[in-house]
Design a protein around this ligand. Structure first.
Ligand SMILES: Nc1ncnc2c1ncn2[C@@H]1O[C@H](COP(=O)(O)OP(=O)(O)OP(=O)(O)O)[C@@H](O)[C@H]1O
Ligand SMILES: [Mg+2]
Length: 256
C-alpha cells in the first residue's frame, strides 16, 4: 500500500547542508499498522510529510496504492503533530471539514462527523469551539476529523502524545477498532515504546544524523494486546536493547 524507495532529504541553510533522511526504503502492506520510532530530530516528521505529499524528497520516490506521490491526496490523510483546527468553527464543523468535498448530504455529513466525535469521547463538546477545549481535547478533534474521512491510509504524527494515559489508552483501542473495521493502513510516528508495541504489526526503529531505518521489527503478538504479559515486556525490552545497539544513548528518554 505504501512503498518508500530510496528516499533522501537534506535541508540547506546558507552554505550548510543538513542531511535529515538518508536512502530510506520500506513498504507497508494494506491493512498493516507500522510505527516509526526514533529520537527527536531523527527525521520522522520529515519522512511522514514526504509520504503524505507535503514535502518533496531530494531523491527517491513514494508510492501509495501504486500511485507516485506528488501532492497530498484524499485517500491518504496526514494527522499532523500540531493539531490544525479552525478556531472559528465548532468541534462538529471542524470534523465535517474533511467531508465537505465529498458527495454527501448535509445529514450524512453530520452523522459521520458526530459518530467520529463520539468515538473520541467528545459527544458533549460537539458544539463548542477549539479555544473552549483543553489541548488533549483539541487533539481528539483532529483525530476525529481523520477518522470521519475513512481514508485508505492514515499517516499519524504522534497523535496521542498530548493526551493523558486514560485517553491515550482509550484512543489506541478506538484506533485498533476502526482500523479493523475499515481495514485502513496506518503509519504512525511515536516516541512511546509502549504505544508502539501495543499498536504495531511492525516497528521501524530509526537512527539519527542522518535518519535511517536501523531495524524492522515484527511484533508477533495477537491483538488486542495485554500490556502486562511477559510477551509484551519481551518486545519492550527488545526495543530498548535495539536502541542501545544502535548507539542511541539513553533510551529512557523515548518513553513518556
Ligand atoms: N523545514 C525545515 N527546514 C530546515 N530544517 C528542518 C525543516 N524541517 C525539519 N528540519 C530539521 O530536520 C531534522 C528532523 O526534523 P523532524 O521534524 O523530521 O524530526 P522528528 O524526528 O519528527 O523530531 P520530533 O520527534 O522532535 O518531532 C531536524 O534537525 C530539524 O531541525
Ligand atoms: Mg516530529
Amino acid at each position: 500500500m505504501i512503498q518508500v524507495k530510496e528516499v533522501s532529504k537534506s535541508f540547506h541553510k546558507s552554505s550548510a547542508s543538513n542531511q535529515v533522511i538518508d536512502n530510506i526504503s520500506f513498504e507497508v502492506k494494506k491493512g498493516e499498522i507500522v510505527t516509526l520510532l526514533g529520537k527527536s530530530g531523527c527525521g520522522k516528521s520529515t519522512l511522514l510529510n514526504i509520504i503524505g505529499g507535503f514535502t518533496t524528497a531530494d531523491s527517491g520516490n513514494v508510492f501509495v496504492d501504486e500511485h507516485k506521490v506528488t501532492r497530498p491526496k484524499r485517500n491518504c490523510i496526514t494527522l499532523f503533530q500540531h493539531r490544525n483546527l479552525l478556531p472559528w468553527r465548532s468541534v462538529q464543523k471542524n470534523v465535517e471539514l474533511g467531508l465537505e468535498k465529498e458527495d454527501l448530504s448535509v445529514q450524512e455529513r453530520r452523522v459521520r462527523a458526530l459518530n467520529a466525535i463520539e468515538l473520541v469521547g467528545l459527544k458533549a463538546n460537539a458544539q463548542q469551539f477549539p479555544h473552549e477545549l483543553s489541548g488533549g481535547m483539541q487533539q481528539r478533534v483532529a483525530i476525529a476529523r481523520a477518522f470521519a474521512m475513512k481514508p485508505d491510509v492514515i499517516l499519524m504524527d504522534e497523535p496521542f502524545a498530548a493526551l493523558d494515559t486514560f485517553n491515550r489508552y482509550h484512543l489506541q483501542d478506538q484506533l485498533l477498532k476502526i482500523q479493523e473495521k475499515e481495514k485502513s493502513t496506518i503509519l504512525l510516528v511515536t516516541h512511546d515504546i509502549d504505544e508502539a508495541v501495543y499498536l504495531s504489526d511492525r516497528i521501524l526503529i530509526m537512527s539519527a544524523h542522518p535518519g535511517k531505518i536501523y531495524k524492522d521489527l515484527k511484533i508477533e503478538l495477537s491483538k488486542p494486546r495485554d500490556r502486562t504479559t511477559n510477551d509484551f515486556h519481551y518486545f519492550r525490552k527488545r526495543i530498548l536493547d535495539e536502541f542501545e545497539l544502535s548507539g542511541i544513548q539513553n533510551p529512557m528518554e523515548y518513553m513518556i
